[in-house]
Design a protein around this ligand. Structure first.
Ligand SMILES: O=C(O)CCC(=O)C(=O)O
Length: 252
């Protein structure tokens, strides 16, 4: 199987994104896709995530990354069939494929909640250094489980920075500072924001009294290493349940 066959089987065609959406993603390095999750899906997902947080306790997130001031979970692929939408949704896959040149696999599927009073990250790209324009290795999607607002730790992004030939630490003495060109990605719960992971981005401070919750469905080119080795982690019951195309996306 090739990526284009797997994508076609999952419902992705050249028309899945409009030309305007593709242009926006190319220009800005990010694209909000609205109404991907329904309110009943959000209710079910957040209930399951709450259960996992309680079950995993201090270990939560450890398969990939733990971060002070946040609650993280990793390997959601194997933690409930509800999470399958995050690596099979045609609109999301079409956008990821557009950034990665039609060649992709899941890198990791995680959850991150910025807790009240925390969540600020330095601006960063999810890659070691700058890349040439249109030679992208990684692309992320943020699945909003709460409205992202001006005050609850919404992600900030510097539009167009994926093609700057630099990463934030090259030009900022403190990447945690505000950047003059950054924008805050505010959108309703149920939105998925695709962002080229070479576009400078980072979490901001949550000044409200509630966690700001999101899942990160992160993809890479097939010739790259995954953030979580999906072959090593795949559970037999997950493998059995998934279609051949979904297994291809995981590279299992
Ligand atoms: O959750 C967010 O707002 C962004 C998180 C992020 O960029 C990261 O954890 O590397």
């Amino acid at each position: 199987m090739q990526t284009k066959d797997a994508l076609l089987e999952l419902g992705v065609t050249d028309q899945t994104l409009t030309q305007a959406e593709k242009d926006q993603l190319d220009r800005d390095g990010f694209l909000p896709l609205y109404n991907i999750l329904s309110s009943s899906q959000i209710t079910a997902l957040t209930a399951r995530l709450d259960e996992l947080i309680a079950i995993e306790g201090q270990d939560a997130g450890k398969e990939v990354h733990q971060e002070a001031g946040t609650t993280r979970l990793s390997d959601l692929v194997n933690k409930d069939p509800l999470f399958e939408v995050c690596f099979t949704h045609p609109r999301v896959l079409a956008a990821i494929s557009h950034v990665l040149g039609g060649n992709l696999k899941l890198s990791s599927l995680n959850f991150r909640a910025a807790l009240p009073g925390s969540g600020l990250q330095g601006l960063h790209a999810d890659w070691g250094g700058a890349v040439a324009p249109n030679d992208y290795y990684v692309c992320n999607s943020i699945w909003l489980l709460d409205d992202f607002t001006e005050s609850n730790g919404a992600t900030r992004i510097v539009p167009g920075s994926q093609n700057s030939g630099k990463v934030p630490r090259d030009v900022m003495s403190n990447p945690s500072d505000a950047h003059p060109d950054q924008i805050l990605v505010t959108a309703p719960a149920g939105t998925v924001v695709i962002f080229n992971s070479h576009t400078w981005h980072g979490g901001t401070l949550n000044t409200t009294d509630k966690p700001r919750r999101a899942m990160h469905s992160y993809f890479t080119r097939r010739d790259q290493t995954q953030q979580l080795d999906q072959k090593a982690y795949i559970q037999p019951e997950t493998y059995e349940r998934l279609s051949v195309a979904a297994r291809y996306i995981l590279d299992v």
